[in-house]
Design a protein around this ligand. Structure first.
Ligand SMILES: [Cu+2]
Length: 499
């Protein structure tokens, strides 16, 4: 069996990618007159005289209590974890006036949104990194409704771990009113990792490559040899739901018949499983995009990989106190938690979890099929071979390791068919910036159910998918693994085309 040393994994955790930039200095915020507050309870949301919706977002350090015995020094957007929710209407012009009050550089990626390239928030590719004390205005038009999120794209494994993520919800025009419309962020936390990060900082080392040097002698000074996934399982100890753990996780308190939309977002590093007990449920959206004619299903486990979103509607017709089980597929024993779903009047009852046989949800056979004309005229075909070598300290795309990027050269208007194959031993949730894509086949079998239109697709070991991406948004866009350790260890490619 291949092994890697603790030293190596710590380098892997710490490397800042793509940090250098030759682009012009950060844009300065423009002072506009703020005429009206759109939300009285939320001082960070304003509308200006042109009707623009403006959010003030500050990245700031603070204390965060995950649970009664887990307090951490977190990095948060507006002091919240998850960060300030950006909820806007379809068609809105939106500005995020972002201020970096952290001790280190950062940048803000708008995950899933089909925005213009300069707003994509990838230092070294689309903008200069935002230094401590600097500001940057992210602006976009809320064109396509859905569940999105924003997060750091700089030193991202550490910055997301410390809390730098929040939801962006674009509500449909004429949208259905839900009694419950709520985001459920799933991530993980690690006491060991926090200690390691803090130790690096106390030693006065900069973030990034410093981790390797620092952590080589962590603990008793002996390196521990472990495969990548076992090292992960040693480190991460807690599942976090909406910034809370264990008994501090907020319950959904519901009434029978309540209409609902639960927007699950995986902001962590593990593929997580969601088990909704003794209720029918529908999956209405993949990565914010509607499923064609979803049907109610029961006793199916939903897998959600890093970066993915699933909107779920539960048929609330079975009053009681229920526990939605959420656990990491690769570490059920340690990374397991329960999200309570409690009907009014049952608050003091013991939570019941699923006790029926379960199968795994198959995205390729769900909902009704539908012809998508525009994906039929493929103009270019590419491969994306995902691999790791030398004991998983390096993750590659077509044998290349960032910053030596595999570049897919295309032109505006191309219809690209990409065959993605995972030759490694771990999951790779691949995320395309600035574009959704259609999943058309899995392991040689065509998708039978609803069209699958997503921006993040998990490729498990030995799986092969074909996707079709339409080049309708020119720029330099990264297409990378959202297990951020893998991205920081090389698994990043680039789609590059002019308009
Ligand atoms: Cu990966």
């Amino acid at each position: 069996m291949k092994h890697l040393k603790l030293t190596v994994i710590m380098v892997l955790l710490g490397v800042i990618l793509l940090a250098c930039s030759n682009q012009s200095s950060t844009e300065k915020i423009v002072e506009d007159t703020i005429s009206e507050e759109t939300n009285q309870e939320n001082n960070s949301v304003k509308a200006d005289s042109d009707g623009k919706v403006i959010f003030a977002i500050e990245a700031i350090e603070g204390q965060w209590q995950y649970s009664s015995d887990r307090v951490t020094r977190a990095w948060m957007y507006n002091g919240k974890l998850p960060g300030e929710e950006i909820r806007v209407n379809e068609g809105d012009e939106v500005e995020l006036r972002f201020l970096n009050s952290l001790p280190e550089p950062t940048a803000l990626h708008l995950h899933g949104l089909p925005i213009v390239n300069e707003m994509d928030g990838v230092p070294g590719i689309t903008q200069s990194v935002i230094q401590p004390g600097e500001e940057f205005i992210y602006s976009f038009t809320a064109t396509i409704p859905g569940t999105y999120w924003y997060h750091s794209h700089e030193n991202s494994a550490e910055q997301l771990f410390r809390g730098m993520y929040g939801a962006i919800i674009i509500e449909e025009n004429n949208k259905k009113e839900y009694a419950i419309d709520q985001v459920v962020f799933i991530s993980e936390w690690s006491a060991m990792l926090e200690e390691m990060y803090d130790e690096t900082e106390q030693n006065g080392e900069s973030h990034g490559n410093a981790h390797g040097a620092s952590h080589a002698s962590h603990g008793n000074g002996n390196s521990i040899e472990l495969p990548h996934n076992e090292m992960m399982n040693e480190m991460y100890d807690t599942v976090v739901i909406n910034g809370k753990a264990e008994a501090d996780i907020s319950s959904f308190v519901v009434k029978e018949g309540d209409s609902n939309r639960l927007r699950f977002i995986n902001s962590g590093l593990y593929t997580q499983t969601i088990t909704i007990p003794n209720h029918e449920f529908k999956i209405t959206h993949y990565d914010g995009q509607p499923v064609n004619e979803p049907t109610f299903i029961t006793n199916e486990i939903l897998l959600i990989a890093p970066g993915e979103r699933y909107d779920v509607e539960i048929n609330l017709n079975n009053a009681g106190a229920w526990g939605i089980e959420i656990y990491a597929e690769a570490n059920e024993e340690k990374l397991y938690t329960i999200l309570p779903l409690v009907y009014e009047g049952y608050e003091n009852e013991r939570l019941q979890i699923n006790n029926e046989p379960l199968s795994t949800f198959d995205i390729t056979k769900y909902g009704q099929s539908q012809q998508i004309e525009r994906i039929n005229n493929v103009t270019k075909e590419f491969e994306m071979i995902l691999a790791s070598n030398d004991g998983d300290d390096t993750f590659t795309i077509n044998g290349k390791k960032a910053p030596d990027l595999e570049v897919y050269e295309i032109e505006e208007g191309d219809v690209i068919k990409m065959t993605i194959r995972n030759n490694s031993r771990v999951d790779h949730p691949m995320h395309s910036h600035g574009h959704f894509f259609y999943v058309i086949s899995k392991n040689g079998a065509a998708v039978q159910g609803s069209p699958i239109f997503k921006d993040t697709l998990n490729i498990k070991p030995d799986e092969t998918y074909e996707i079709v991406l339409i080049a309708d948004n020119p720029g330099k866009w990264v297409f990378h693994c959202h297990e951020l350790h893998h991205a920081e260890s090389g698994m990043i490619s680039l789609i590059d085309y002019a308009g």
